[in-house]
Write a protein that binds this ligand. Sequence first.
Ligand code: UDP
Ligand code: MG
Length: 327
Amino acid sequence: MDLTLVIPLYNEAESLPELKAWIDASLKDFTYELIFVDDGSTDGSWDVIREMADQAGHDGKTVTPGPTGGLVHGIRFRRNYGKSAALFEGFAAAKGDIVITMDADLQDSPEEIPEMVRMIREDGYDLVSGWKKHRKDNALTKNLPSKLYNWTARKVTGIHLHDMNCGLKAYRAEVVKNIEVYGEMHRYIPYLAKNAGFSKIGEKPVHHQKRKFGVSKFGMDRFVHGFLDLMSLWFLSRFGGKPMHFFGSSGILMFLVGFVMTICIVAIKLIHQTHGLPYRAVTDQPIFYLALLTVVLGVMLFLAGFLGEMIARSSTERNHYQIKESI
Ligand code: UDP
Ligand code: MG
């Protein structure tokens, strides 16, 4: 099969029939399957998916792709887990050579897919991300913060994408089978891919539509959470397997600073004492407390390093490597 389209959705019943028709009209030259992942919808989205599956065939036999469009599969969560969880299950079930993700709300255009597929097949990209160049969302609450967020993401990840979190993306199947999207990490799939060794990441400007039905599922907290997740990913990718390198070096630094300060305080006092000069009690000096603080912090950082090492050692992932080839 050429393509698998993974479509996470949460309460998008009204959009689905139109989306399916639009996809089928845009992908006439491909064999493909649609995997709708219903993330605990409460608005009857699942009934719509079931109906589409009955029409299109979902057992891989009833209907061959062609004039009727792709096969339709559905995965239904018992409750709302979030977009990352939906993508994770969709990726696990995908059978196509190239996997496409897109939102279900008709904001992403399936007409962009053939060109993205060409970029993977012919230009050798591992991943092609959409770029909503002319974004049709609220300027103040989405577009502006999004620019800032993408700038930060570019600096931290070193991946030069204008729109890291675009829902419309195409992947070589290997990529999605070798990364694990969890929490709210769907925003950083290109970074996950890069950390897994898939470094040829491209971008294609895509058309973006206004939301036609329903409401956006993400509020302003996306930026706060997104930033924190970015920090975690950065930390994990640099020090995940060797936490002591981070905590140990900062711990030593802190400890040394505190130690030198302590020596100075004591030395100054002793010198003054032996020469009969006036001196202050050690505990009267603000710097004493600073020295105390840095020594304690240094020791704590060190302990965090040891604990981190113990956690990293017992992780089942500790010897998980991406092997590209072996002969
Ligand atoms: N979505 C989901 N689970 C959630 C929230 C959202 O599967 O908990 C889906 C949603 O139905 C849509 C896509 O993720 O297909 C993107 O969501 P939305 O359009 O609300 O995001 P925005 O376009 O506002 O960034
Ligand atoms: Mg949307």
